[in-house]
Design a protein around this ligand. Structure first.
Ligand SMILES: [Zn+2]
Length: 196
């Protein structure tokens, strides 16, 4: 069974909804369970479905990842209007995935527990640099922590929380038509290009 929407293809594989065809998805699932017998089904689904729409860990990168997340969310809602999904962002907010909402799986953002490193990568210097941490909450990405490079004053993305967002919340109740305007095959190409 498969469904297509918004340039994405989705496959139903062993209770999962995957962006991989069944044989590849099952192989990945087997591999994950072999290495981590305690892994939960939603974690397997989320891992299989992860995408890197960009590798830019900057504000611009976060915007691109956000646009991709919204396209993916719109496609999921269109393909499976009766199912509930959680969109997941991690890895500096630029790795995007999803899983089916289920009891025991997170639905709200998770703050990092480790202290920040003393240095972080500065996109402008192209080096790890010391930084001055920004103390105000970012309005555009409230789950992102920013600093200013002490060498060049460039904005630096220090880290992000793990972001878990119900698709219904991400899209809002009335944004379907706007999101669906983006339906074309380009996204399919784009998605495959960034697959790991
Ligand atoms: Zn710098």
């Amino acid at each position: 069974m498969s469904r297509s929407a918004g340039g994405f293809d989705f496959y139903e594989v062993d209770e999962m909804i995957c962006t991989f065809p069944p044989a590849a998805a099952q192989e990945q699932a087997r591999h994950l369970r072999e290495h981590n017998p305690d892994i939960k089904s939603w974690q397997v689904e989320a891992f299989i479905n992860h995408e890197h729409p960009t590798h830019e860990t900057t504000r611009q990168g976060l915007r691109e990842a956000q646009a991709f997340a919204q396209e993916l969310a719109a496609a999921l809602r269109q393909a499976y209007p009766k199912r509930d999904f959680i969109l997941l962002r991690y890895g500096f907010g630029v790795i995007i995935s999803f899983f089916q909402r289920t009891v025991g799986a997170p639905e709200t953002n998770i703050a990092p527990t480790q202290p920040l490193e003393e240095v972080a990568y500065c996109d402008h210097c192209q080096e790890h640099r010391h930084y001055t941490i920004s103390t105000h909450t970012d309005e555009e990405f409230p789950w992102a922590e920013w600093g200013a490079c002490r060498t060049c004053d460039n904005e630096m993305l220090l880290r992000t929380w793990e972001v878990y967002e119900p698709v219904a919340l991400l899209l809002g109740s009335s944004s379907d038509t706007e999101a669906e305007r983006h339906n074309h095959a380009l996204h399919r190409t784009r998605m495959r290009r960034f697959l790991d």
